[in-house]
Ligand binder design. Structure first.
Ligand SMILES: NC(=O)c1ccc[n+]([C@@H]2O[C@H](COP(=O)([O-])OP(=O)(O)OC[C@H]3O[C@@H](n4cnc5c(N)ncnc54)[C@H](OP(=O)(O)O)[C@@H]3O)[C@@H](O)[C@H]2O)c1
Length: 256
């Protein structure tokens, strides 16, 4: 399978998290990207130990600090990424960081809603905006290739719980609505960025055995990472703006 020159994944620190699973998977892929950039909300502590130890062994892996709730810090991160990726620029941005506040109608607060929208919706939008010059440059640098992950792709990690038409369980006000809004953002980005050769998709990784999904999840992190990379490698322009899931060897479109 072809691979992109560079990939950036947010929220990639947790031992039991999709972000670190994707990093590990990319590092074992053949050929592997020249640059894998993994970001973590904090560095130097227990929560990023495994990621930082991996980076000490793998020359193509760089770890950067990034709190997606803090857009004021984005320009510094973009500048560091620009220095790493150089003329090939950044091909793939995976907005993976997210929070799941299990709040129903009896206990949801204004603060919960603001926090959910801050991390799950506004963070990915503003980070994508900050990385646009690099993504455009990557798409232009690889203009001999068809739209896809060797040019420029933005993945917004969403969830089936974002689907209004599939909502049969109610509740989860902050998580569901912030992910629904993220899907709306994906659709607008796909329209705005088509002229630049940038594909934008929302992806449901499935219910995973992560810190967020819990031990009853249906997919291991490894299986979810494998699915995600196969989806990424298969993406073409026709999927841009879609709400997608990789099931049984193919990309499936979910209902908004
Ligand atoms: N788990 C599931 O079954 C499932 C299902 C559908 C969709 N998803 C989506 O898939 C993505 C990954 O899920 P996961 O299960 O791997 O989640 P997870 O285990 O809870 O990990 C979430 C990651 O996001 C980071 N994060 C949270 N807030 C952040 C912030 N403000 N700035 C930077 N990083 C932040 C966390 O960092 P800290 O360690 O610092 O908190 C952690 O690394 C999420 O977007 C989630 O909504 C998950």
């Amino acid at each position: 399978m072809s691979t992109p020159h560079s990939v950036l994944i947010t929220g990639a620190n947790r031992g039991l998290g999709l972000g670190l699973g994707l990093v590990k998977y990319l590092l074992t892929s053949d050929p592997r990207p020249h640059h894998v950039i993994a970001t973590s909300r904090s560095l130097g502590g227990e929560s990023s130990k495994e990621l930082e130890e991996l980076a000490a062994k793998e020359s193509c892996l760089t770890v950067l600090q990034l709190n997606v709730d803090n857009p004021a810090t984005f320009p510094v991160v973009v500048e560091k990424v620009d220095t790493i990726v150089q003329e090939h620029s950044l091909n793939v941005l995976i907005n993976n960081a997210g929070i799941f506040l299990k709040k129903g109608i009896d206990d949801v607060t204004t603060e919960d809603m603001l926090q959910s929208f801050g991390t799950n919706t506004i963070g990915p939008l503003m980070l994508t905006k900050a990385f646009l010059p690099l993504l455009k440059r990557a798409a232009s640098h690889a203009s001999d290739k068809p739209p896809g992950w060797q040019r420029a792709v933005v993945i917004n990690m969403s969830s089936l719980l974002a689907s209004i038409s599939d909502n049969q369980g109610g509740s989860l006000y902050g998580y569901r609505s912030s992910q629904t809004a993220l899907n709306a953002i994906t659709k607008s980005l796909s329209i705005d960025l088509v002229k630049d050769g940038i594909i934008t998709c929302s992806v449901d990784p499935g219910w995973m055995k992560t810190d967020m999904g819990g031990p009853d999840g249906l997919l291991t992190v490894e299986a979810a990472a494998d699915n995600m990379l196969k989806l990424l490698g298969t993406l073409d322009q026709s999927y841009s703006g879609g709400f997608l899931k990789y099931v049984q060897g193919a990309i499936t479109r979910l209902d908004y």
